[in-house]
Each structure stands twice: as C-alpha cells, then as structure tokens.
Ligand binder design. Structure first.
Ligand code: UDX
Ligand code: UDX
Length: 464
C-alpha cells in the first residue's frame, strides 16, 4: 500500500517539523497538520515564514518550500482525518497533575480524545501512528477504543517515536540515526501497515536505518533512549559537584572519559541541569511503570537521575546566594538565557525557571534576557509553578531586550543557556556597567575563566 494522504494531529514541536520534512521529501503525499489551537495554526499559515510558531534552524526554509504545495495547516480536524489513509497522533502527553500517578504518570487524556475522534469520523481503513511518547502498552488502549467505538472500519496501530532534538530538529529529521517503527509483526495487515510507513521514510532514509519491531519494544525504546541520555547528563553533573570540592575540572574529566570509544563524547557536558519536555517526563513515566509492576529497585534506580537533576538546579541557585554574602534580597541578578538549550524558543522544564524561582523566593530582582523567548512566555512559566501571585512575579522579574541591559547595574550574572551570542558579548563593557564586586556564574561552561577573571569578574563555572 502506498500512502497518499497523511494527517497529523498536533502542530507542536514534534508534529510541525516532522510533517514539514515528510512533505518536503515526498511531494506526491498530501500532508495536513491539524491542531485545536487556532492561534498556532494561524501562525503556521503566516505568509511570512519567519513567523511560524516554532523556531528551529532551517525549518522556515522547509515550510516555505512545501507549504501550499503538499503541506497544509488547518483547524478542521474532522476533514483531515476523513481524507487521510495514515494519521499521526502528535499531541502532548504531559505529566499528570491530578489523581492516580500525579506527578509521575503521563496524562493520556488528549491521546484518548484523538482516538475517539478518529473512531467517530473514519469511514475508511486507517493506519494510526503514535508519534507522541507514550507509556508502554498504550497502543493496546488505542486499539480498543478505535475498534469498539468506530464505524466498523479497520485500524492498524503503529508506534513511531520521534528522536529529534530541539534546536537540531531539521538535520535530525533529514539524517536520523535510525527510524523506529513498531507494529503488529504477527499479522499480514500489521506487516503491510509497517511497510506503508517504511515507504514514507524510504523517500530519504536508507532502509538499513529503518528498524521494525513489535509495538511494545518501540514504545519502550523511546523512553529508554531518553532515560539513557538524561542519565549521562546527571552522571556528569553529579561529578561536577565532586570536581568543585576536589580541584578536578569536569571538562577535563569529560574529555578524558569521552575519548574512550566505549563511552563516547556526547552528552557529557556538565550543566545547570537538563530541561526540555521529554527527559523528566519520560523518566518519571519509566519510574511509574516500573513501580506499577512492583519493580521498586528498577524504579529507584531511574528516579535518581531526576533527583540528581533537581539537586543540580538547586545547588547552582544556592551557590549564587551564598557567594553574594548569603543574601540577594533587593539585589539585581541578570539571567542570560531562558530556553532549555540553545537554538530553540522552547522553555519547558528549563533550569532557568527553577533557578529564577529560587532567587525570587530570596527576594532578588531578576532581569532576564533570551534571544528567542518572549516576556509573555517567561511570566507564564513562573505563574505555572504557582509559587507566588502573578502580581508578585511581575513586580520581581523583568524581561529586557539585550544582555547588556540585563546586566546593567546588576550584582551578578547567571549564564543559563549556551546561546552562541553570549560567547561574543563585550564582557569588558558589561563589567564596567555592573556593581562591584561583579559576579559571573557560568552554568554552561561557555566562557573562558582566564579572560573573565582578567577583566575583573569574580567567576564561578559549574564543575571547576
Ligand atoms: C511532543 C510529543 O507529542 C510528546 O509526547 C513528546 O513527549 C514531546 O513532544 P510537542 O510536539 O512538543 O509534543 O508538544 P506541543 O508543542 O505541546 O504540541 C502538541 C500540540 O497538540 C499542541 O499544539 C496542541 O494544541 C495540540 N493538541 C493537543 C491538539 O491538537 N488536540 C488535542 O486534543 C490536544
Ligand atoms: C531529547 C532527545 O535528545 C531527543 O532524542 C528526544 O526526541 C527528545 O528529547 P531535547 O529535549 O530536544 O531532545 O534536547 P537534548 O539535546 O536532548 O537536551 C536535553 C537537555 O539536556 C537540555 O537542557 C540540554 O541543555 C541538556 N544537556 C544535554 C546537558 O546539560 N548536557 C549535555 O551534555 C547534553
């Protein structure tokens, strides 16, 4: 079977870029991305491609090439479902904030709503592809809903987890290490559905890099890949604290161990803590699943990755307060960077949110600059934590338009996101406009200690 019409529910960080590349690489397939959020769809349709809702290097060019040709963005979910022979579900699956599994399990209400909507609308056979990261065995629940509430048409469920990282989504999608497709390998219809999706990716990915497995392996592999990556970051961050008390340097240690080809150099960069929409959520999910099967040692093992990450964020903020003579009350602290990593405007679970919250609790005045994150988003992130009233957040935090403005008359600067532009700031001039002694806390090991100390900064870098 050759896929001719694809619908993707969810025009977010995963659905948007993934569908844009599928459309770019497969001109004969019509790809429609739908979302219930009208504003988001309007932004995807903005005639000026520089204003699409997601910032990713190279994405606007891909959208410019395919949009209106075979790539469409719409809020008419029913029509897109009806027309499609393959439907990707790419809605968000946040950690539950209520009831059983609160704070740990994935909230699947949006997934279930999608399944019910597909079942209600579909009048022809459909292949339904899980793109969202889901707990193991979700496909089974999806199939139950589809088969029992549908109009008697056949549904095949595939799991096709996304491994793109934000900030490099376009190149990750163009050259994936692997594409993983889980499906029902035991039936002819299942194998056909898998091959249909293989056929889509085969437009630009060699078949050797397309792995097919059973559904459960595919679902679990996604959680596991993120857990392993996050574990490396927590491992190196754990050692960064040890470096600070022993005189070792975490960058030297990272390099030394990373050159062991069995370990490898990636994901060994010490930081103020990992963020992003996936690592924490997926590990909590893994922990919850392990616990629900009574595997307590397995659960505790993985939970430690999160405990370490929370510790790292708290430790960085506490270090700042301690260094500023144990009080930051009324002091101006500049935070450079709010996104959870460079080259994205995504702020979900960013360490900046937690560090800012800590400093605000200590009554600091926090001034933030990020090249791609809006003031609205920064305030929304803080309000979401619910630590203090919206009015208090607005009184204590200021968002400005340049790094220089943020640092002007500040007691200290905290470098939070590794944006390239922060490397080439005029640190001499920034120093001249700060209160003395001027403190600089590098949470990303982005800056050169020697240069900054020569300027006069009282300099702290994580892990040294
Ligand atoms: C994705 C995955 O789906 C998630 O499981 C993974 O772990 C992280 O990445 P992402 O694309 O980043 O999520 O989420 P988001 O940017 O929030 O986009 C989801 C979109 O789905 C939103 O635009 C939302 O409006 C839309 N949505 C949600 C629907 O259209 N219908 C719904 O019922 C729910
Ligand atoms: C991750 C996975 O990499 C991707 O495969 C999956 O599809 C989604 O989750 P993402 O969250 O976009 O991608 O970014 P990633 O590059 O993995 O970084 C996650 C966090 O870890 C960031 O806050 C980053 O700054 C931090 N990190 C990463 C470190 O602190 N040190 C490192 O060495 C690497």
């Amino acid at each position: 079977m050759k896929v001719k019409n694809i619908c993707c529910i969810g025009a977010g960080y995963v659905g948007g870029p993934t569908m844009a590349i599928i459309a770019q690489k497969s001109p004969e397939i019509t790809v429609t991305v739908v979302d219930i959020n009208e504003q988001r769809i309007a932004a995807w349709n903005n005639p000026d491609v520089e204003h699409i809702p997601i910032y990713e290097p190279g994405l606007s060019e891909v959208v410019a090439e395919a949009r209106g040709r075979n790539l469409f963005f719409s809020t008419d979910v029913d029509a897109a479902i009806d027309a499609a022979d393959m439907i990707f579900i790419s809605v968000n699956t946040p950690t539950k904030t209520y009831g059983m599994g609160k704070g740990m399990a994935a909230d699947l209400k949006y997934i279930e709503l999608c399944a019910r909507q597909i079942a209600r609308v579909a009048t022809t056979d459909k292949i339904v592809v899980e793109k969202s990261t889901l707990p193991v065995r979700t496909a089974e629940a999806l199939k139950n809903i589809l088969d029992n509430t549908g109009n008697g048409v056949n549904f095949q469920i595939l799991s096709n987890p996304e491994f793109l990282a934000e900030g490099t989504a376009v190149s990750d999608l163009h050259k994936p290490d692997r594409v993983l497709i889980g499906g029902d390998l035991d039936t002819e219809a299942g194998r056909e559905a898998i091959q249909a999706l293989v056929g889509v990716y085969a437009h630009w990915v060699t078949e050797d890099n397309i792995l097919t497995t059973n559904v459960w392996s595919s679902e679990l592999s996604k959680l596991t890949a993120n857990a392993f990556l996050a574990q490396r970051v927590s491992s190196i961050n754990a050692l960064s604290e040890l470096c600070e008390v022993t005189g070792a340097d975490i960058q030297e240690v990272s390099k030394a161990i990373g050159m062991d080809s069995r370990i490898g150099p990636k994901f060994l960069q010490a930081s103020v803590g990992f963020g992003g929409s996936c690592f924490q959520k997926d590990i909590l999910n893994l922990v919850y699943i392990a616990k629900s099967f009574g595997l307590h040692e397995v659960a505790d093992y993985w939970e430690q990755v999160i405990i370490m990450n929370d510790h790292q964020k708290r430790r960085f903020a506490a270090k700042l307060v301690k260094t500023l003579y144990n009080t930051v009350s009324g002091k101006r602290i500049a935070m450079l960077g709010w996104a959870f990593k460079k080259d994205t405007n995504d702020t979900r679970e960013s360490a900046s949110i937690y560090v800012a919250d800590y400093l605000l609790n200590e009554q600091a005045t926090v001034v933030v600059y990020d090249p791609k994150v809006t003031q609205e988003q920064i305030l929304a992130d803080l309000d979401y934590l619910g630590t203090r009233s919206e009015a208090e957040n607005r009184a204590l935090i200021h968002v400005v338009n340049s790094a220089e403005e943020a640092c002007d008359q500040a007691h200290a600067v905290a470098l939070m996101t590794e944006w390239d532009v922060f490397k080439t700031l005029d640190w001499n001039s920034i120093y001249a406009h700060m209160l003395k002694p001027a403190f600089l806390f590098d949470g990303r090991r982005l800056l050169d200690r020697k240069v900054l100390e020569e300027i006069g900064f009282d300099f702290y870098a994580i892990g040294s």
